[in-house]
Design a protein around this ligand. Structure first.
Ligand code: NAD
Ligand code: MG
Length: 331
């Protein structure tokens, strides 16, 4: 019961990018994964970085020709902007804009700066997005396993008439068309990405696991036991949901867990939580969250640093580290 077209390998061709130079700007999480996948798919890939940084050495070690960002942007026919969203506008203004000649393609992995108008490219270029729906490390790992992560593509500007074809070709070179690619808009990708990470993936999960752990510890159970119960097992359950859905997961657990979970769950994550999620969604849609985050970044990310520190010092983090070390998961 699919309601949206899913693009697969057969819907894309690498011929679109034949004879073109792909300039990957940034060699971090997405940059290193995407540059390597595209090269291994046979494309001509160069990397653009700040001279002297750690990324420069890593990209060279991985066998890439590395250039300063303005030079890479000048050489590249297709420019992938794969540096942190908050630094993209400045790097774009200083090093990319003047090298974005007519007919080139500017590609993003997330729609933030186009949607919130922090970057405004000229009209005579293609502006596209290929957003893998997974962390960079998985983009690379799944590619090496002969598969890929799903991705979203979008076209913001189609000057050449071939913008979508280019996006699909990049998605194919990344391995994403093996897993499935959906077409969306910069607006929908940006908003749904932010809402999803705040309410579920990052914000929701951390708070849910943290509360579960704290309630167990407050009730007098040993923190190690609480960690296994609230955090470690969450991964095992999520793996089942990932592969088999809710119903498949429920069929794999005990009847007691089924009954308890289905009757008590809605009392924990109740209408009040959903109302909070709706509020978070509105903050994203109105642009208020983006404004706040841009302001925070420009003033040195002080609040973010404090919150990271506080998280590091949580009891669940301390117990978790000890357990993961014991189990050999972490050094
Ligand atoms: P990252 O933090 O891993 O990027 C690091 C790279 O950016 C390094 O090569 C670094 O040298 C370079 N860089 C950092 N600051 C710079 C500056 N001031 N000037 C020039 N270069 C600088 O970034 P990322 O997490 O890979 O994100 C890249 C894009 O991909 C973003 O648009 C992000 O939203 C998107 N995205 C990321 C992920 C992910 O897995 N992290 C997933 C989907 C989409
Ligand atoms: Mg996200």
């Amino acid at each position: 019961m699919l309601t949206t077209k899913v693009y697969l390998d057969r819907d894309a061709t690498l011929k679109t990018l034949e004879g073109k130079t792909i300039a990957v700007i940034g060699y971090g999480s997405q940059g290193s994964a995407q540059a390597q996948n595209m090269r291994d798919s046979g494309l001509n890939v160069i990397v653009g970085l700040r001279p002297g940084g750690n990324s420069w050495r890593r990209a060279e070690k991985d066998g890439f020709k590395v250039y300063p960002i303005p030079k890479a942007a000048e050489i590249g026919d297709v420019i992938l902007l794969l540096i942190p969203d908050m630094v993209q506008p400045e790097v774009y203004r200083e090093s990319i804009e003047e090298n974005l000649y007519e007919g080139k393609t500017l590609d993003f992995a997330h729609g933030f700066n186009i949607h919130f108008k922090q970057i405004n490219p000229p009209e005579n270029v293609d502006v596209i997005m290929v957003a893998p729906k997974g962390p960079g490390i998985r983009v690379r790992e799944t590619y090496l396993e002969g598969f890929g992560v799903p991705a979203l593509i979008a076209v913001h500007q189609d000057y050449t008439g071939r913008a979508k074809e280019t996006a699909l070709a990049i998605a194919k070179a990344l391995g994403c068309t093996r897993a499935g690619v959906l077409e969306t808009t910069f607006k929908d990708e940006t908003e749904s990405d932010l809402i999803g990470e705040q309410t579920v993936l990052v914000g929701g999960l951390i708070e849910l696991i943290k509360c579960g752990f704290e309630v167990l510890v407050e009730a007098g159970y040993p923190p190690e036991l609480a960690y296994f119960e609230a955090c470690n097992e969450a991964k095992l359950i999520m793996d089942l949901i990932y592969r088999r859905g809710f119903t498949g997961m429920l069929k794999a657990i005990s009847d007691t867990a089924k009954y308890g979970g289905l009757t008590v769950g809605p009392k924990i994550i109740d209408e009040h939580v959903k109302e909070n999620m709706r509020k978070a969604a509105k903050e994203v849609q109105s642009g208020r969250f983006a404004e706040e985050w841009i302001r925070e970044h420009k003033s040195g990310e002080k609040r973010l640093k404090e919150l990271m520190k506080a998280t590091e010092n949580l009891e669940i983090e301390k117990v978790g580290r000890a357990i993961r070390r014991m189990a050999g998961l972490e050094k």
